[in-house]
Design a protein around this ligand. Structure first.
Ligand code: B12
Length: 213
Protein backbone atom coordinates (compact mmCIF):
# COMPACT_ATOMS: atom_id res chain seq x y z
CA UNK A 1 0.00 0.00 0.00
CA UNK A 2 2.66 2.44 1.13
CA UNK A 3 4.59 1.73 -2.05
CA UNK A 4 1.71 2.90 -4.23
CA UNK A 5 1.31 6.10 -2.24
CA UNK A 6 5.06 6.84 -2.27
CA UNK A 7 5.29 6.24 -6.01
CA UNK A 8 2.31 8.45 -6.78
CA UNK A 9 3.53 11.21 -4.48
CA UNK A 10 6.98 11.13 -6.10
CA UNK A 11 5.44 11.10 -9.60
CA UNK A 12 3.39 14.22 -8.86
CA UNK A 13 6.34 15.99 -7.25
CA UNK A 14 8.60 15.30 -10.21
CA UNK A 15 5.84 15.84 -12.78
CA UNK A 16 5.88 12.36 -14.33
CA UNK A 17 2.69 13.01 -16.28
CA UNK A 18 3.26 10.07 -18.63
CA UNK A 19 3.54 7.57 -15.78
CA UNK A 20 0.87 8.80 -13.40
CA UNK A 21 -2.07 7.00 -15.03
CA UNK A 22 -0.42 3.58 -14.80
CA UNK A 23 0.52 4.21 -11.17
CA UNK A 24 -2.97 5.35 -10.18
CA UNK A 25 -4.60 2.45 -12.04
CA UNK A 26 -2.33 -0.01 -10.24
CA UNK A 27 -3.19 1.54 -6.86
CA UNK A 28 -6.92 1.36 -7.62
CA UNK A 29 -6.58 -2.28 -8.69
CA UNK A 30 -4.86 -3.03 -5.39
CA UNK A 31 -7.80 -1.42 -3.56
CA UNK A 32 -5.87 1.48 -2.09
CA UNK A 33 -8.37 3.77 -0.32
CA UNK A 34 -9.31 6.70 -2.57
CA UNK A 35 -9.06 9.10 0.35
CA UNK A 36 -5.49 8.01 0.99
CA UNK A 37 -4.68 8.33 -2.69
CA UNK A 38 -5.96 11.88 -2.75
CA UNK A 39 -4.76 13.11 0.63
CA UNK A 40 -1.61 11.15 1.45
CA UNK A 41 -0.21 10.95 -2.07
CA UNK A 42 -1.49 13.77 -4.29
CA UNK A 43 -2.20 16.64 -1.89
CA UNK A 44 0.90 15.73 0.12
CA UNK A 45 2.87 15.99 -3.14
CA UNK A 46 1.46 19.44 -3.86
CA UNK A 47 2.56 20.60 -0.41
CA UNK A 48 6.11 19.54 -1.25
CA UNK A 49 5.88 21.26 -4.65
CA UNK A 50 4.66 24.46 -2.96
CA UNK A 51 7.54 24.38 -0.48
CA UNK A 52 10.09 23.78 -3.25
CA UNK A 53 8.67 26.73 -5.16
CA UNK A 54 8.75 28.98 -2.09
CA UNK A 55 12.39 27.95 -1.49
CA UNK A 56 13.32 28.78 -5.08
CA UNK A 57 14.23 25.16 -5.90
CA UNK A 58 11.65 24.95 -8.69
CA UNK A 59 9.81 27.52 -10.81
CA UNK A 60 6.35 28.00 -12.37
CA UNK A 61 6.87 25.55 -15.29
CA UNK A 62 7.75 22.70 -12.90
CA UNK A 63 4.81 23.62 -10.66
CA UNK A 64 2.57 23.49 -13.73
CA UNK A 65 3.77 20.04 -14.80
CA UNK A 66 3.09 18.75 -11.29
CA UNK A 67 -0.40 20.26 -11.51
CA UNK A 68 -1.02 18.55 -14.87
CA UNK A 69 0.21 15.26 -13.42
CA UNK A 70 -2.11 15.56 -10.44
CA UNK A 71 -5.07 16.39 -12.68
CA UNK A 72 -4.46 13.28 -14.81
CA UNK A 73 -4.45 11.17 -11.66
CA UNK A 74 -7.60 12.81 -10.29
CA UNK A 75 -9.43 12.26 -13.58
CA UNK A 76 -9.10 8.51 -13.01
CA UNK A 77 -10.45 8.75 -9.48
CA UNK A 78 -13.39 11.04 -10.32
CA UNK A 79 -15.76 8.38 -11.77
CA UNK A 80 -15.21 6.20 -8.71
CA UNK A 81 -16.57 8.86 -6.35
CA UNK A 82 -20.04 9.02 -7.92
CA UNK A 83 -23.08 8.54 -5.71
CA UNK A 84 -25.56 5.97 -7.06
CA UNK A 85 -28.49 8.12 -5.93
CA UNK A 86 -29.45 10.27 -8.93
CA UNK A 87 -31.75 12.65 -7.04
CA UNK A 88 -29.86 15.95 -6.59
CA UNK A 89 -29.53 17.09 -2.99
CA UNK A 90 -29.04 20.76 -3.88
CA UNK A 91 -27.33 23.09 -6.35
CA UNK A 92 -23.96 24.65 -5.76
CA UNK A 93 -22.04 27.17 -7.83
CA UNK A 94 -18.25 26.91 -7.46
CA UNK A 95 -15.52 29.19 -8.79
CA UNK A 96 -12.06 30.56 -8.18
CA UNK A 97 -12.25 34.31 -7.71
CA UNK A 98 -10.92 36.99 -10.06
CA UNK A 99 -7.14 37.22 -10.35
CA UNK A 100 -6.60 33.59 -9.38
CA UNK A 101 -6.17 30.66 -11.75
CA UNK A 102 -5.56 27.85 -9.24
CA UNK A 103 -8.24 25.21 -9.71
CA UNK A 104 -7.02 21.84 -8.47
CA UNK A 105 -8.49 22.35 -4.99
CA UNK A 106 -11.76 23.72 -6.38
CA UNK A 107 -12.01 20.76 -8.76
CA UNK A 108 -11.39 18.34 -5.94
CA UNK A 109 -14.12 19.96 -3.86
CA UNK A 110 -16.45 19.66 -6.87
CA UNK A 111 -15.59 15.97 -7.32
CA UNK A 112 -16.41 15.22 -3.69
CA UNK A 113 -19.63 17.26 -3.74
CA UNK A 114 -20.81 15.53 -6.90
CA UNK A 115 -19.85 12.22 -5.36
CA UNK A 116 -22.05 13.10 -2.38
CA UNK A 117 -25.03 13.69 -4.69
CA UNK A 118 -25.06 17.47 -5.18
CA UNK A 119 -25.40 19.25 -8.52
CA UNK A 120 -22.39 21.49 -9.03
CA UNK A 121 -22.04 24.21 -11.62
CA UNK A 122 -18.39 25.03 -12.16
CA UNK A 123 -17.85 28.61 -13.29
CA UNK A 124 -14.11 28.11 -13.62
CA UNK A 125 -11.29 30.38 -12.57
CA UNK A 126 -10.47 34.11 -12.58
CA UNK A 127 -14.19 34.84 -12.42
CA UNK A 128 -15.31 38.46 -12.37
CA UNK A 129 -17.87 39.48 -9.80
CA UNK A 130 -20.16 40.72 -12.60
CA UNK A 131 -20.33 37.28 -14.24
CA UNK A 132 -20.73 35.62 -10.88
CA UNK A 133 -23.67 37.83 -9.89
CA UNK A 134 -25.31 37.26 -13.26
CA UNK A 135 -25.03 33.47 -12.80
CA UNK A 136 -26.29 33.56 -9.22
CA UNK A 137 -29.34 35.54 -10.36
CA UNK A 138 -29.94 33.17 -13.27
CA UNK A 139 -29.29 29.80 -11.59
CA UNK A 140 -30.42 30.66 -8.03
CA UNK A 141 -28.15 28.09 -6.39
CA UNK A 142 -28.57 26.99 -2.76
CA UNK A 143 -24.89 27.45 -2.08
CA UNK A 144 -21.95 29.38 -3.53
CA UNK A 145 -18.39 28.15 -3.00
CA UNK A 146 -15.47 30.53 -3.52
CA UNK A 147 -11.87 29.40 -3.79
CA UNK A 148 -8.67 31.48 -3.56
CA UNK A 149 -5.08 30.27 -3.34
CA UNK A 150 -3.28 33.60 -3.30
CA UNK A 151 -3.15 36.04 -0.42
CA UNK A 152 -3.57 38.74 -3.06
CA UNK A 153 -6.94 37.35 -4.19
CA UNK A 154 -8.46 37.01 -0.72
CA UNK A 155 -9.75 40.63 -0.85
CA UNK A 156 -11.72 39.63 -3.96
CA UNK A 157 -13.73 37.26 -1.76
CA UNK A 158 -14.66 40.22 0.43
CA UNK A 159 -15.60 42.16 -2.70
CA UNK A 160 -17.87 39.28 -3.81
CA UNK A 161 -19.56 39.16 -0.39
CA UNK A 162 -20.17 42.92 -0.41
CA UNK A 163 -21.55 42.82 -3.95
CA UNK A 164 -23.89 39.90 -3.16
CA UNK A 165 -25.14 41.86 -0.15
CA UNK A 166 -25.70 45.08 -2.06
CA UNK A 167 -27.69 43.19 -4.71
CA UNK A 168 -29.90 41.63 -2.03
CA UNK A 169 -28.75 38.11 -2.93
CA UNK A 170 -27.77 36.91 0.54
CA UNK A 171 -31.23 36.02 1.91
CA UNK A 172 -31.45 32.49 0.56
CA UNK A 173 -27.86 31.92 -0.56
CA UNK A 174 -25.29 30.29 1.71
CA UNK A 175 -21.66 31.13 0.92
CA UNK A 176 -18.65 28.99 1.81
CA UNK A 177 -15.02 29.89 1.22
CA UNK A 178 -11.82 27.88 1.03
CA UNK A 179 -8.27 27.66 -0.28
CA UNK A 180 -4.88 27.48 1.40
CA UNK A 181 -4.55 31.11 2.66
CA UNK A 182 -8.16 31.34 3.89
CA UNK A 183 -9.34 30.40 7.40
CA UNK A 184 -12.44 30.45 9.57
CA UNK A 185 -11.59 33.87 11.04
CA UNK A 186 -11.32 35.40 7.58
CA UNK A 187 -14.58 33.72 6.53
CA UNK A 188 -16.35 35.23 9.51
CA UNK A 189 -14.79 38.64 8.94
CA UNK A 190 -16.09 38.88 5.37
CA UNK A 191 -19.52 37.57 6.35
CA UNK A 192 -19.33 34.13 4.70
CA UNK A 193 -21.46 31.36 6.21
CA UNK A 194 -18.66 28.84 6.44
CA UNK A 195 -15.07 27.83 5.80
CA UNK A 196 -13.84 24.40 4.75
CA UNK A 197 -10.23 23.34 5.20
CA UNK A 198 -10.53 20.56 2.60
CA UNK A 199 -12.97 18.79 0.30
CA UNK A 200 -14.32 16.56 3.07
CA UNK A 201 -15.13 19.63 5.19
CA UNK A 202 -16.77 21.23 2.16
CA UNK A 203 -19.12 18.26 1.88
CA UNK A 204 -19.92 18.45 5.60
CA UNK A 205 -20.60 22.19 5.38
CA UNK A 206 -22.91 21.76 2.42
CA UNK A 207 -24.81 18.94 4.16
CA UNK A 208 -25.25 21.17 7.22
CA UNK A 209 -26.47 24.09 5.08
CA UNK A 210 -29.00 21.91 3.26
CA UNK A 211 -30.34 20.21 6.38
CA UNK A 212 -30.76 23.59 8.15
CA UNK A 213 -32.95 24.88 5.31
C1 B12 B 1 -0.09 23.98 -8.51
C2 B12 B 1 0.19 25.42 -8.16
C3 B12 B 1 0.17 26.35 -9.18
C4 B12 B 1 -0.29 26.03 -10.61
C5 B12 B 1 -1.83 26.00 -10.62
C6 B12 B 1 -2.40 25.01 -11.61
C7 B12 B 1 -3.88 24.83 -11.43
N1 B12 B 1 -4.53 24.49 -12.52
O1 B12 B 1 -4.44 24.98 -10.35
C8 B12 B 1 0.33 27.22 -11.43
C9 B12 B 1 1.69 26.81 -11.91
C10 B12 B 1 -0.51 27.71 -12.60
C11 B12 B 1 0.48 28.25 -10.32
C12 B12 B 1 0.61 29.61 -10.59
C13 B12 B 1 0.91 30.56 -9.60
N2 B12 B 1 1.16 30.31 -8.31
CO1 B12 B 1 0.78 28.68 -7.48
N3 B12 B 1 0.78 27.01 -6.46
C14 B12 B 1 0.50 25.79 -6.81
C15 B12 B 1 0.68 24.87 -5.58
C16 B12 B 1 2.04 24.16 -5.70
C17 B12 B 1 -0.36 23.81 -5.35
C18 B12 B 1 -1.81 24.28 -5.27
C19 B12 B 1 -2.69 23.07 -5.25
O2 B12 B 1 -3.21 22.67 -6.28
N4 B12 B 1 -2.78 22.38 -4.08
C20 B12 B 1 -3.51 21.13 -3.93
C21 B12 B 1 -4.99 21.41 -3.69
C22 B12 B 1 -5.75 20.09 -3.58
O3 B12 B 1 -5.08 22.10 -2.46
P1 B12 B 1 -5.88 23.47 -2.30
O4 B12 B 1 -5.89 24.20 -3.56
O5 B12 B 1 -5.41 24.14 -1.06
O6 B12 B 1 -7.39 22.99 -2.08
C23 B12 B 1 -7.85 22.29 -0.93
C24 B12 B 1 -8.32 23.21 0.20
O7 B12 B 1 -7.69 24.46 0.23
C25 B12 B 1 -9.81 23.28 0.04
N5 B12 B 1 -10.41 24.26 -0.86
C26 B12 B 1 -9.93 24.87 -1.96
N6 B12 B 1 -10.85 25.66 -2.51
C27 B12 B 1 -11.95 25.59 -1.75
C28 B12 B 1 -13.19 26.21 -1.85
C29 B12 B 1 -14.16 25.96 -0.89
C30 B12 B 1 -15.49 26.63 -1.01
C31 B12 B 1 -13.88 25.08 0.20
C32 B12 B 1 -14.92 24.84 1.24
C33 B12 B 1 -12.64 24.45 0.29
C34 B12 B 1 -11.69 24.70 -0.68
O8 B12 B 1 -10.13 21.99 -0.46
C35 B12 B 1 -9.11 21.57 -1.37
C36 B12 B 1 -9.05 20.08 -1.37
O9 B12 B 1 -8.66 19.54 -0.14
C37 B12 B 1 0.63 25.91 -4.41
C38 B12 B 1 1.33 25.49 -3.11
C39 B12 B 1 0.36 24.89 -2.11
N7 B12 B 1 0.81 23.94 -1.33
O10 B12 B 1 -0.79 25.29 -2.02
C40 B12 B 1 1.24 27.15 -5.09
C41 B12 B 1 0.92 28.54 -4.56
C42 B12 B 1 -0.54 28.66 -4.18
N8 B12 B 1 1.19 29.45 -5.76
C43 B12 B 1 1.76 30.50 -5.44
C44 B12 B 1 2.12 31.52 -6.38
C45 B12 B 1 2.91 32.70 -5.83
C46 B12 B 1 1.75 31.42 -7.74
C47 B12 B 1 2.03 32.47 -8.84
C48 B12 B 1 1.79 33.93 -8.42
C49 B12 B 1 3.46 32.23 -9.34
C50 B12 B 1 3.97 33.20 -10.38
N9 B12 B 1 5.01 33.91 -10.02
O11 B12 B 1 3.44 33.31 -11.45
C51 B12 B 1 1.04 32.02 -9.95
C52 B12 B 1 -0.34 32.70 -9.78
C53 B12 B 1 -1.19 32.65 -10.99
C54 B12 B 1 -2.57 33.20 -10.69
N10 B12 B 1 -2.86 34.43 -11.10
O12 B12 B 1 -3.38 32.53 -10.07
C55 B12 B 1 1.98 30.64 -3.94
C56 B12 B 1 1.00 31.62 -3.29
C57 B12 B 1 1.67 32.47 -2.24
C58 B12 B 1 0.69 33.37 -1.56
N11 B12 B 1 0.79 33.38 -0.26
O13 B12 B 1 -0.12 34.01 -2.13
C59 B12 B 1 1.90 29.14 -3.47
C60 B12 B 1 1.40 28.97 -2.02
C61 B12 B 1 3.33 28.55 -3.62
C62 B12 B 1 4.31 29.10 -2.59
N12 B12 B 1 4.58 28.35 -1.54
O14 B12 B 1 4.81 30.19 -2.73
N13 B12 B 1 0.50 27.67 -9.08
Amino acid sequence: MGDHLDQIRDAVISGKHKEIEELVKAAIEDNVELNNLINDAMIAAMDVVGRKFADGDIFVPEMLVSAVTMKKGLDLIKPLLKDEDTQSKGTIIMCTVKGDIHDIGKNLVIMMLEGAGFTVIDLGVDLTVETLIQKVEEIKPDILGLSALLTTTMPEMKHVMETLGSKGLRDTLKVMVGGAPVDATFAEKIGADGYGKDAAEAVKLVRDFVSAK
